[in-house]
Design a protein around this ligand. Structure first.
Ligand code: FAD
Length: 281
């Protein structure tokens, strides 16, 4: 992996809150992160289906009206027709949005989804055909491989395919093995893919939730981390202090290894990110 001489770029991810109280709390979190991390953008996740889809738009509008920060909506083809996606793109252009995180989305639990575009590469192509170079397109990358993929080689081939459809940069699924990331970036370089691959950083604050998320998305929790978190099951302060140490060290190692920046999965909370940030400084 070649080293990076540029200043690292930081970004933070939110999900759309379900309630007014959740939105108020998010706006406070947003301000705290601006005052400290001052990320280059905030992204807002996208849920398949009507009401969750609408909540992404509402959250984007709220955050944009809150101050002048760059807001980056996620968009997925899961559960949406081409017409719905096209309308959404028009609305984002009208709002002045010029960057998107472009995804397939997760298959609903019952296995059914009403979509016309089947994979994220098709959505990248669709956005480029419809809007040209208007959007900076981010895509998802999986250094530990996507859980549905038949093999590492096939997953990587599809990643290249998606990137070459017109992506500008990628954000990874979270991971705690630095080697998985550096090998992934090396493979991209060997395949002449030069887009920035920004590691996604998941803070460690709750053992049960981390295990549940990690099982679902295919992120490995190394044994030494898992065992220590288990041991701190009834001692939340120690668990969080350990989690902060581990994740801050991961961030250091990634930046030292040449990562172009870090994308923080905030889970709409600022405390864990600020603890990591203070150690990083
Ligand atoms: P794809 O790139 O389409 O890949 C999905 C699977 O299909 C992989 O196994 C891949 O190997 C395979 N594949 C890819 N292309 C092809 C092809 N042409 N033919 C056959 N197989 C193929 N989910 C949400 O619902 N909303 C969000 O806002 C959201 N934000 C995310 C942000 C980031 C940074 C990341 C890393 C993930 C996010 N996710 C989100 C989760 C994501 O939607 C899931 O991981 C989803 O299962 C895959 O999305 P993808 O865009 O990577 O899909």
């Amino acid at each position: 992996m070649s080293t990076n001489s540029k200043q690292p770029v930081f970004s933070c991810e939110f999900f759309p809150p379900r309630t007014d109280a959740g939105m108020e709390k998010l706006l406070a979190t947003h301000q705290q992160l601006i005052d400290t991390v001052n990320p280059s953008f905030f992204s807002v996740t996208f849920g398949a289906g009507g009401t969750t889809r609408d909540r992404t738009m509402e959250t984007v509008k709220q955050l944009r009206s809150d101050n002048n920060q760059i807001i980056v909506p996620h968009i997925s083809c899961m559960g949406s027709s081409k017409q719905q996606l096209s309308d959404l793109l028009d609305e984002y252009i009208e709002l002045g949005i010029n960057r998107l995180v472009t995804l397939r989305g997760d298959v609903p639990d019952d296995g059914t989804a009403d979509n016309e575009l089947m994979h994220a590469n098709e959505l990248v192509t669709f956005i480029r055909e419809k809007t040209g170079d208007h959007f900076h397109i981010e895509i998802a990358a999986y250094p530990e491989y996507h859980p549905e993929s038949a093999s590492p080689d096939e997953d990587f081939k599809y990643f290249l395919n998606k990137a070459n459809a017109g992506a500008d940069s990628a954000i990874t699924q979270y991971f705690y093995n630095v080697d998985a990331y550096t090998r992934f970036v090396d493979k991209c370089e060997q395949s002449q893919l030069a887009i920035p691959i920004v590691p996604g950083i998941m803070p460690i604050t709750n053992y049960a939730n981390l295990v549940r998320f990690s099982d679902a998305c295919g992120a490995e929790i190394p044994r030494w981390i898992r065992k220590q978190l288990e041991a701190y099951e009834n001692d939340l302060d120690s668990l969080r202090a350990f989690g902060t140490d581990v994740v801050a060290q991961l961030c250091h190692q990634l930046l030292d290894a040449g990562a172009p920046g870090l994308h923080f999965y905030t889970l709409n909370q600022s405390d864990a990110i600020l603890n990591i940030w203070n150690k990083l400084k």
